[in-house]
Ligand binder design. Structure first.
Ligand code: PEP
Ligand code: MN
Length: 343
């Protein structure tokens, strides 16, 4: 059997000379080309050669619609497998599709008062999802590690009182069962994106999974992490871009917004953006939230605190409630421009 490297899909109105240009390029690179005439458009299989084929050499040629790497490293997460976008249903709410999902709340559950006052603001904004960490992945073992089950109980009270769906993190396999009792969506944090046994465990959960991008993960590694969860039977995965490590030091992380159109092209999974951890600075959160929605994100994850200077974690990036309410107004307006029928 021939080894297939890549499929070059031509636009439906590609001309014969544009197709020939692609064929010449393939042969020039030392590969074989096989033309597949579909009913509406032509595709060209690149086969039998040495080394890898660089997609960039074809993507910008006239008449080319897209390139598809073969075999695709991820299957269930790939847009090749499911042509339509996935919509994750949580109660009466949805993540993905036309709606803009806003997941807002606190970084860490600290006290009932802190959480309830922020939940009040989340409810007022019209958002349907409340986030808060009961188990906190902290860089230092001496930093506040979260309230544990007591924090989960406070989150359950928020759901009962405000009708908000709860998003909270499980950091290891042992915590998953407990978190499942309280959460509506389980978050897997950036440091755990390649904790494969944890990914497999939440792949067996009935709850949707919010998977944060590893801080040095490529898009392929990110989608393969989603694949781990899906391969265990849980197809309800929400991707979350939360910034990556780069040489830039003006922000806590570099929020990689070009991943939004890249994911839309390669995967059917919804993608939300977290400009709070993505920037780490209060004054950067709202501009980057606006940019995320403008880029086509399916939602946002936002942290706030009633008194950021007293926060036990991530105070520098926490928005004040009034700043958050303004952010929501602004992003809703941007989203309306992009999907006028959804609001
Ligand atoms: C969080 O969302 O609370 C968190 C710890 O984020 P990350 O895993 O992206 O650092
Ligand atoms: Mn945080």
């Amino acid at each position: 059997m021939r080894k297939r490297f890549m499929l070059v899909v031509m636009k439906s109105d590609a001309t014969q000379s544009e197709i020939e240009r692609v064929l010449e390029k393939i042969e020039h690179l030392g590969f074989c080309a096989k033309t597949l005439d579909g009913s509406s458009r032509t595709s060209i299989d690149i086969t039998d050669g040495n080394g890898a084929v660089d997609a960039a050499l074809f993507e910008n040629l006239a008449g080319v619609a897209e390139t598809v790497r073969l075999p695709s490293p991820y299957k269930l997460a790939s847009s090749q497998t499911l042509r339509k976008k996935s919509v994750i249903v949580i109660g009466n709410e949805r993540i993905g599709g036309d709606a803009l999902a806003i997941i807002a709340g606190v970084c860490a559950v600290e006290t009932r008062e802190q959480v309830f006052s922020v939940a009040e603001t989340v409810k007022e904004s019209g958002a349907k999802f409340f986030r808060g960490g009961a188990f906190k992945p902290r860089t230092s073992p001496y930093a506040f590690q979260g309230l544990g089950e007591e924090g989960l109980q406070i989150l359950a009270e928020v759901r009962a009182r405000f009708g908000l769906h709860i998003v909270t993190e499980a950091m290891d396999n042992e915590q998953v069962e407990l978190v499942e009792k309280y959460a509506d969506i389980i978050q897997i944090g950036t440091r755990n994106m390649q904790n494969f046994s944890l990914l497999k465990r939440v792949g067996k959960s009935k709850l949707p999974i919010l998977l944060k991008r590893g801080m040095s993960a490529t898009l392929e590694e990110f989608l393969l992490a989603a694949e781990y969860i899906m391969a265990e039977g849980n197809e309800n995965v929400i991707l979350c871009e939360r910034g990556i490590r780069t040489f830039s030091n003006h922000a806590r992380n570099t929020l990689d917004l070009s991943i939004v159109p890249a994911v839309q092209k390669l995967s059917h999974l919804p993608l939300i953006v977290d400009p709070s951890h993505g920037t780490g600075k209060n004054f950067m959160v709202t501009p980057m939230a606006r940019a995320s929605v403008a880029a086509g994100a399916d939602g946002l994850l936002i942290e706030m605190h009633p008194q950021p200077e007293t926060a036990r974690s991530d105070g520098a990036q926490a928005l004040l409630p009034e700043q958050y309410l303004e952010l929501v107004e602004q992003v809703k307006a941007i989203h309306k421009v992009l999907s006028p029928l959804s609001v």
